[in-house]
Design a protein around this ligand. Structure first.
Ligand code: HEM
Ligand SMILES: *[C@@H]1O[C@H](CO)[C@@H](O)[C@H](O)[C@H]1NC(C)=O
Length: 328
């Protein structure tokens, strides 16, 4: 019988431990974790995000993408921020990180926090809080309850980035299962893609939909526009040739993304498929119809993403410089 099978016992135990590991990690995050150790931390981060936004609006966009690329790779642990040095190979060198920008300004935020409270506030929490504040600056929901208390990884996971971050042409079902694995449900996954209502896509990531023949699922007028922006089938990866995600409100996180993809004006293959896949289409329609509903789901989804498998307590460290692990 199965109950007498030591193997199934131990796998059950293993499962329990795994569950405990995940739920314990999450439950150790808390709202205002720094209230006594660094009471001004969140205020300083918000202030820096605001100043940077007024200097370079696209920094706020980067903070949102950073949360995705950091949290989907093992945990929200600032592994993304490590630069190539001292035997570490940066996750930023992965082809999935193509187009990511503004990393240098994370150091500006961290420096302001370090000045107030040395070695106290983790880079992982800076990733999470700057994403929250960036979303608010971009007109998205401003009431996201972001917990803190994450620690920073001591390593980069560059070797698994390609397995864990979906590609622009991956299937909806693989993307859904990827997010499911980290506790982000179907509705929340559809909401997260709404982040593609800001920012840009480089020609490199969309010319396959234009050449040699135009993808028939693309709106023809939009396709002509895209061909003007991306005139050659083989763009130089170093050239700054790109298209803005949302031509109407390019700097605002809103439900215009869903309106666009329903009009066959999505840029990535994945964006286009989100609108037509029978699993996701009903949510796309609902979000296109109701910005309040989108905001609600987007907030919920950002929190789920930000709480993926955090390092807490004695796990990890608080990096002094977000670009490097602390010296031993
Ligand atoms: C799940 C599948 C996803 C795929 C395959 C994907 C892929 C991409 C690609 C290819 C780009 C364009 C990069 C470039 O050419 O410069 C991009 C941009 C962006 N993505 Fe995603 N993404 C996904 C999900 C997300 C999520 C969940 C978020 C955040 C919640 C996000 C936030 C962004 C942002 C903000 C940009 C614009 C960056 C900028 O303009 O600097 N993406 N994404
Ligand atoms: C997806 O795009 C990449 C280039 O970014 C390409 O190498 C790959 O063959 C494409 N996969 C599919 C399934 O079309």
């Amino acid at each position: 019988m199965a109950t007498n099978n030591p193997c199934s016992h131990s796998s059950f135990l293993f499962f329990l431990l795994l569950l405990l590991h995940f739920t314990l990690g999450k439950s150790q995050l808390q709202v205002n974790y720094y209230s006594s150790s660094c009471p001004k931390a969140e205020e300083i981060i918000k202030q820096q995000v605001t100043v940077l936004y007024h200097e370079h609006g696209n920094t706020a966009i980067s903070w949102v993408r950073n949360l995705f690329h950091d949290c989907v790779v093992k945990s929200c642990d600032a592994s993304l921020l490590l630069e190539t040095a001292h035997g570490v190979v940066s996750e930023q060198t992965s082809e999935r990180s193509f187009g990511m920008r503004n990393f240098k300004y994370v150091n500006t935020i961290k420096a302001a926090v370090e000045k107030e409270c040395p070695l106290t506030v983790s880079c992982a929490d800076i990733v999470a809080l700057s994403a929250r504040d960036g979303i608010a600056m971009l007109g998205g929901p401003s009431n996201i309850e972001m917990k803190t208390g994450r620690k920073d990884s001591k390593e980069s996971y560059v070797g698994v980035v390609k397995d864990l971050i979906p590609n622009h042409n991956d299937s909806i079902s693989s993307v859904l299962s990827r997010f499911q694995d980290i506790g982000v449900d179907l509705e929340a996954t559809v909401a997260l893609l709404g982040a593609h209502s800001v920012g840009r896509v480089h020609c490199m990531n969309l010319v396959h939909r234009l050449y040699p023949t135009v993808d028939p699922t693309l709106d023809p007028t939009h396709a002509s526009y895209l061909k003007r922006r991306c005139p050659t089938p083989n763009p130089d990866p170093k050239a700054v040739e790109y298209v803005r995600n949302d031509l109407k409100t390019p700097m605002i996180i809103d439900n215009n993304y869903y309106k666009n993809i329903l009009q066959n004006k999505g840029l990535l293959t994945l964006d286009a498929e989100l609108a037509t896949d029978p699993k996701t289409a009903p949510y796309v329609q609902k979000m296109a119809d109701d910005n309040g509903y989108f905001n609600e789901q987007f907030s919920r989804a950002i929190v789920l993403l930000s709480e993926n498998n955090p390092l807490v307590g004695d796990e990890g460290e608080v990096r002094k410089d977000c670009r490097y692990v602390n010296a031993i």
